[in-house]
Write a protein that binds this ligand. Structure first.
Ligand SMILES: Cc1cc2nc3c(=O)[nH]c(=O)nc-3n(C[C@H](O)[C@H](O)[C@H](O)COP(=O)(O)OP(=O)(O)OC[C@H]3O[C@@H](n4cnc5c(N)ncnc54)[C@H](O)[C@@H]3O)c2cc1C
Length: 481
């Protein structure tokens, strides 16, 4: 820990990690505080992973202003950071005249945001998407929309920021902030961090962080969205992201061809009180299912391998709050609901400009390294390349996760990229061991063995995802190991 940082970022979600990576381009000291043991442990691990085209965010809002740029930045970011991204396109389906009017309005709004779309008719829709309900009349087609994986993206940002000198501190929950003589004192249970500027990127808790030090005129109400995830055998059911026409402030329940081949359906949108409640409910998932059947009756429930939920940081204004607060030097990146993943890097650029305007001296470094060494993906290698890899390191020949074909060599590699990996969920978010049909039933004990060996954490002290959720207890007494 440094005596004092120029910028302290609170929150290791997609917004905090993009800000850390962008600010690392300058000659300033930066630290990031995250209350969990890893990055992407809250909203940034549980969303649709869509890179929205940007036609739907109202052109008068901050969301609208950032949408097209956010989408466009993905090509360059992926070429530098290798997190994985595909422009698969998206369609909004219209089944009657009322729906068609909605498509026309979305198209007009998109034009104001600088986003190109076209309205296509039934023949063309079914040529691109043969498994869609043939009663569809028209669709708004946006070729620039895409899919990526929000947690792999967040990890990539964090690893590159760390490589470029940003200090990340985990298990550090901010509990109070004071400002004395132009310096912020940011307190966690164990430590006090000093900084000239603070960026509040605390997700659904950003209103509570803001209240610690300034007058806060926004309130965050979590809005839960639930999903069902299908086996990779469903690959090809749809090629683009398929939406119904939007209703009641939500883009609607979609069918998404996720980056790694699974199909995903969801999310619904339900306001709740509890900022920790990511439970899924049978009645909600039944509704998600029925809504999607209207778009394609080719969905097969026996192919569902898991369900999950995420919380949107919704505010009354339904727009992002990205500005310096009334406490000079405290910058809020709050109420970042959808499409926060898509526009995350555009937000980082905006935060950098706000810091400049607020008086932070920012000179570009000439030793910033924008590139991150890609993870090895066995399925992208030729037989010769794979054999060569095993010759160099035999751990690449030992399959740990059978469903996703992930080897010991890959797991060990992702464990030594700057963030200490303490649990199987962190491995899963990086390299997909445990992400397949058996959901870790086979590989979990093996992943735990690797964590024990590589990071010297006793087997029975390895939690699933945080210190509250141990996988095994009292093993020595029970003679398990
Ligand atoms: C159901 C759903 C679907 C979505 N779909 C899409 C989509 O397809 N495309 C898209 O572009 N966007 C989508 N989004 C929006 C996107 O997921 C969010 O905008 C984005 O993840 C928000 O990132 P964040 O960093 O602000 O928040 P988070 O990821 O929640 O990160 C905030 C971090 O702050 C930490 N924190 C909180 N309090 C403290 C504290 N006191 N001290 C230290 N750390 C703290 C948390 O632990 C957390 O890690 C969706 C969201 C949801 C919920």
């Amino acid at each position: 820990m440094k005596e004092k940082y120029d910028v302290l970022i609170i929150g290791g979600g997609v917004i905090g990690c993009c800000a850390a990576r962008e600010l690392a381009k300058y000659n300033i000291n930066i630290a990031l505080l995250e209350k969990h043991e890893d990055v992407a442990c809250e909203t940034s691990k549980a969303n649709s992973g869509m890179i929205h085209g940007g036609y739907d965010a109202k052109f008068t809002t901050v969301k609208g202003e950032l949408s097209a740029l956010g989408n466009k930045l993905f090509d360059e970011l992926d070429s530098e950071l290798h997190f994985g991204f595909r422009r698969c396109g998206s369609m909004v389906l219209a089944f009657d005249d009322e729906d068609i009017k909605t498509l026309e309005n979305l198209k007009k709004n998109g034009e104001k945001n600088g986003v190109e779309t076209e309205i296509i008719d039934t023949d063309e829709i079914l040529k691109i998407e043969p498994n869609i309900n043939p009663n569809v009349k028209k669709a708004l087609y946006c070729k620039s929309a895409g899919v990526s994986v929000p947690f792999e993206y967040t990890v990539a940002m964090a690893e590159n920021a760390i490589d470029n000198g940003v200090d990340f501190f985990f298990n550090e929950e901010v509990i109070n902030i004071e400002k004395k003589e132009n310096v912020f004192y940011v307190k966690t249970k164990e430590n006090t961090y000093k900084a000239d500027y603070v960026i509040n990127a605390a997700g659904v808790y950003a209103d509570e962080i803001s209240k610690m030090i300034c007058t806060t005129d926004f309130k965050i109400t979590p809005r839960r969205g639930e999903y069902m995830l299908f086996d990779k055998n469903t690959k090809g059911l749809v090629n683009s992201v398929i939406f119904p026409v939007p209703k009641a402030g939500s883009k609607g329940i979609a069918i998404t061809p996720a980056l790694h081949g699974n199909i995903m359906i969801g999310p619904d949108a339900e306001f709740i009180d509890d900022k920790e409640d990511t439970d899924t409910k049978k009645e909600v998932l039944d509704m998600v299912w029925n809504d999607c059947l209207n778009m394609s009756d080719k969905l097969d429930k026996s192919m569902v391998i898991t369900q999950f939920a995420g919380l949107r940081a919704s505010s009354e204004d339904d727009d992002f709050v990205i500005e310096e607060s009334d406490t000079k030097g405290l910058i809020n990146a709050a109420c970042i609901c959808s499409p926060g993943f898509t526009v995350s890097y555009a937000i980082a650029l905006k935060l950098s400009n706000i810091l400049k305007d607020a008086g932070l001296k920012m000179e570009k470094r000439d030793d910033f390294n924008p590139n991150r060494k890609p993870y090895i993906h066995i399925d992208e290698l030729s037989r010769e390349e794979f054999n060569e890899l095993i010759k160099k390191d035999s751990r690449y020949g030992r399959v740990i996760c059978r469903c996703e074909t992930i080897t010991e060599g890959q797991i060990v590699d992702v464990m030594h990229r700057g963030i200490k990996i303490t649990n199987p969920d962190s491995v899963k978010r990086r390299i997909r061991a445990g992400m397949g049909r058996c959901q870790g039933g086979f590989c979990l004990p093996r992943v735990m063995e690797i964590i024990e060996r590589e990071n010297n954490i006793p087997y029975d002290k390895i939690p699933k995802n945080n210190e509250k959720a141990y996988i095994l207890n009292d093993m020595t007494q029970k003679g398990v190991k």
